[in-house]
Design a protein around this ligand. Structure first.
Ligand SMILES: CC(C)(COP(=O)(O)OP(=O)(O)OC[C@H]1O[C@@H](n2cnc3c(N)ncnc32)[C@H](O)[C@@H]1OP(=O)(O)O)[C@@H](O)C(=O)NCCC(=O)NCCS
Length: 341
């Protein structure tokens, strides 16, 4: 091993930042087969941002002035203060020489200093019916003492191939079952009257989604946290489209879904959180909000082509809804976890 140093990625070190981005681009081409359309804006802007609910530190392994790989350590500070989350990437031309394990050991030491005892990282894994993606994660995780604690499936929807007639039929049937509810939409920051209801549902995402053995615990959300998140998205140049559904009699927010379009990324976007409050399940609200938001996406970005999402493989309802509205399975994703105490 050795021959490289591990240094913090400072935003003002332009040469290091460029070579760090080059690692990201190479990994995306190699491990994701260039399927997501490389776009560095989000990574670059995130270097300058500070969240109040989590701290992030980033280091690169550098040799002869060039980054060979890098790791980010994120520690939540508002809830889940036992956790440390890592993102790790090593340039495909510099693998199997100890770069990844040295970066990981460095970040683990720092996480321990910060009082964390549960380390986790998400990684792509190939699945038989999916597209070919990099298959390095399982071996690396095993070698570094991590266990697979949650299996996800990554799905992709090609909006140009959606069966619009079928979608319209699904929409009409679902709407019939959703009597007594109304749709509410917004972009960016949530309006004041929705914030408390949304904050409650954001917190429920941490407890309601299937988590396997991944030790994610209850979260603490309020309107301020949602506003901060919307501000950070705006600074990154992201468009965030929400469709929520309100129970007309009580005025309660019964569910919501969101799609995020990253700054500069014209053909690929991300379907994020979707939740229906357990009190209001069984009215096809999940289908209604997903179709409605997908249609809004096309209004805002008529040339948008691919929507990506991920769900626990055990979340069969959500996966079935996605398949009904045009998604197919792309690859798997595992949450690898290590506990130190
Ligand atoms: C996973 C990754 C970070 C490993 O980086 P790396 O610098 O090659 O890792 P190391 O050289 O430190 O490997 C340490 C050990 O992990 C295991 N390992 C690493 N890659 C492996 C692979 N492709 N297949 C099987 N085992 C592997 C080996 O036991 C290796 O030791 P060895 O080379 O002496 O046999 C890198 O392949 C990568 O960037 N992959 C794509 C991004 C990703 O999946 N990130 C999430 C990782 S959980």
């Amino acid at each position: 091993m050795s021959g490289f140093d591990i240094v913090p990625i400072a935003p003002g070190d332009h040469a290091l930042v460029q070579s760090w981005l080059a690692v990201g681009e190479a990994v995306e081409r190699h491990d994701w087969r260039d399927s997501m359309g490389w776009q560095p804006t989000r990574r670059m802007v995130a270097l300058l941002q500070r969240r109040s609910d989590a701290d992030t530190e980033r280091w690169a392994a550098v040799e002869d002035g060039r980054a060979l790989g890098w790791i980010a350590l994120t520690v939540p500070v508002r809830d889940n203060t036992h956790l440390a989350e890592f993102t790790i990437e090593v340039h495909p031309g510099h693998r199997r020489r100890g770069v990844g394990s040295a970066l990981l050991a460095h970040a683990e030491r720092r996480a321990a200093e910060l009082g964390r005892n549960t380390f986790s990282t998400w990684a792509p894994v190939p699945i038989p019916e999916g597209d070919p993606v990099g298959d390095t994660a399982a071996g690396f995780a095993a070698a570094t003492g991590y266990r697979n604690t949650l299996e996800h499936v990554v799905q992709i929807c090609d909006l140009d191939s959606v069966d619009e007639a079928g979608l319209e039929q699904l929409w009409t049937e679902a709407l019939r079952r959703a009597e007594g509810f109304e749709l509410v939409t917004f972009e960016g920051a949530p309006p004041a009257e929705l914030r408390n209801g949304l904050a409650y549902l954001y917190a429920r995402m941490y407890t309601d989604m299937p988590l396997g053995e991944w030790d994610l615990q209850e979260a603490d959300f309020d309107g301020e946290r949602l506003l901060e998140s919307a501000r950070l998205q705006r600074e990154r140049g992201e468009l965030n489209l929400h469709t929520a559904v309100r129970h007309i009699d009580s005025g309660d927010i019964a569910g919501f879904t969101e799609i995020t379009v990253e700054g500069g990324r014209e053909h690929h976007c991300h379907q994020g959180n979707t939740i229906v409050d357990p009190r209001f399940r069984g009215h096809r609200l999940g289908t209604v909000i997903k179709i409605a938001n997908q249609r809004r996406l096309r209004e805002w970005r008529p040339k948008m082509r691919y929507v990506w999402t991920g769900n626990a493989t055990s979340n069969t309802h959500m996966i079935a809804i996605n398949e009904a509205i045009g998604y197919r399975r792309f690859c798997g994703e595992h949450v690898y976890q290590k506990k130190t105490a």
